[in-house]
Design a protein around this ligand. Structure first.
Ligand code: ADP
Length: 424
């Protein structure tokens, strides 16, 4: 029994851990398939997705079968050992009774004691199985709880008082931390050059800075350092002269509004989505803000503040989602705005509505906007052009246009005459 317990301990711990891992893979795949269901159907990959999912289900089933198999050997096995011992003793005891060395009563008593001895062992076997199962689950939970967030608040973090909004990036270098899972794979190649390097940039309070540059240049990363989604490897990000690594996350983030490239809307009502950052706002104030932003009509068309928004705003058009995300940032009335302009091509009317709302939302605020359209960049006070993690050009639109550099080339490449800045 002891030997089989040791065998079972090793085998079941691995099995149950395997079951837990398969469950998490299965759920992750299910979640991903549901979220990506439109892409899957659009590419007509339903059957491939079903196959992939079936593989995960099969792996989960096999893991469960393995665990059950070990259990099926262990529990009845230890019971069989108990019964076999009884049979052997009955044989020997019977012979001893026949030869008159012990009485029948003594043999019966002995066998009863033996049964009493094996019953708790049997119970322990059952318990041990449950213990192993629970142990695997706890192991998984412990891994989860031990995961360090990429950012943590320093113990002596101070409250960041209401800011005027001057931002300084000082000698910034940054490389994304590699994922622990990647470190274990042999084909993982460590990044050779930093994502951001030698960034020195001062954005004045109330200024509007557009950040342009090719895909992968590090524009989004720069914005992430400002909201302190990551800390730079070296250098500092200062707001009003204060290193943002030294302030509380709450006091920092409650002064910044972010409009992401892919506007995320939550399942709920329009009111819940628009007043997301300021849930206590009353309807009249909310409507006044929406009116100021020029989207009161849109909200009315969608069915008013109580209109239901489906998960991720799946039933709204891209333009509507962007306007609502912009409104969410505007309603929050934050000093600092970080916008990642959507790359999706919109019809001219939606584009005009978004441009107009953006102008209103940004007026009087410090803002950093990742601009994909030249027209957006041209409305900024200054433009910074980022290339492979460094600022290669910076200045007002007019300065850059006369510089005969990258920006000037971008201007020349857009068909002349379509945008005001390209005409002489
Ligand atoms: P841009 O916004 O200019 O297109 P990003 O700042 O998103 O560029 O990305 C800069 C580089 O960092 C890219 O090479 C990208 O692959 C990499 N990168 C972006 N996000 C992550 C991340 N979370 N983990 C690791 N690398 C990332």
């Amino acid at each position: 029994t002891l030997a089989s317990s040791i065998w079972f301990r090793k085998r079941s711990a691995a099995n149950y851990r395997n079951v837990r891992n398969r469950i998490s893979e299965l759920l992750a795949n299910l979640q991903e398939s549901l979220a990506g269901i439109r892409v899957i159907t659009a590419f007509h990959r339903q059957s491939a997705s079903v196959d992939t999912h079936r593989n995960f289900v099969n792996a989960h089933r096999d893991a469960n079968l393995d665990a059950s198999r070990a259990n099926a050997i262990y529990a009845p096995g230890s019971e069989a050992i108990g019964i076999a011992t009884q049979a052997v003793l009955l044989g020997f005891g019977g012979a001893m009774v026949a030869s008159g060395r012990i009485t029948v009563g003594e043999l019966a008593a002995y066998l009863l004691f033996l049964t009493a001895f094996f019953a708790p062992i049997q119970a322990l076997v059952q318990l041990y199985n449950s213990y192993q199962q629970g142990g695997a689950a706890i192991h998984k939970l412990r891994d989860l709880f031990a995961t360090q967030p990429s950012i943590s608040q320093r113990p002596n973090a101070k409250h960041l008082d209401p800011i005027t909004g001057e931002i300084v990036f000082e000698d910034i270098a940054f490389t994304y931390p590699s994922h622990p899972a990647q470190l274990n794979t042999s084909d993982y190649i460590a990044p050779t050059h930093p994502v951001l390097n030698d960034i020195n940039l001062r954005i004045h309070a109330g200024e509007r800075l557009a950040v342009m540059g090719p895909t992968g240049a590090g524009k989004t990363t720069l914005a992430r350092l400002l909201t302190r989604t990551y800390d730079p490897d070296s250098g500092r990000v200062l707001i009003d002269g204060i290193d943002i690594a030294n302030v509380t996350l709450e006091s920092l983030r409650s002064q910044i509004a972010v409009v992401p490239q892919e506007p995320f809307l939550f399942a709920g009502t329009l009111r819940q989505n628009l007043a997301f950052a300021v849930p206590e706002i009353d309807d009249a104030v909310l409507m006044a803000s929406l009116d100021a932003l020029g989207i009161a009509d849109l909200v009315a068309t969608l069915g008013g503040l109580d209109a239901v928004v489906h998960e991720r705003g799946a039933t709204l058009s891209a333009g509507e989602r962007q306007l609502l995300a912009l409104a969410r940032a505007f309603v929050a009335q934050r000093r600092l705005l970080v916008l990642d302009e959507a790359t999706s091509n919109l019809d001219p009317a939606s584009e005009a509505a978004i441009d107009q709302a953006t102008e209103i939302a940004l007026a009087g605020h410090t803002s950093v906007m990742i601009a994909h359209r030249l027209a957006t960049a041209q409305r900024a006070d200054r433009i910074a052009i980022l290339e492979t993690g460094s600022i290669v050009e910076i200045g007002t639109p007019i300065e850059l246009a006369s510089l005969n550099g990258r920006y000037a080339r971008m201007l020349a490449n857009t068909s002349s005459g379509t945008s005001p800045a390209t005409s002489p």
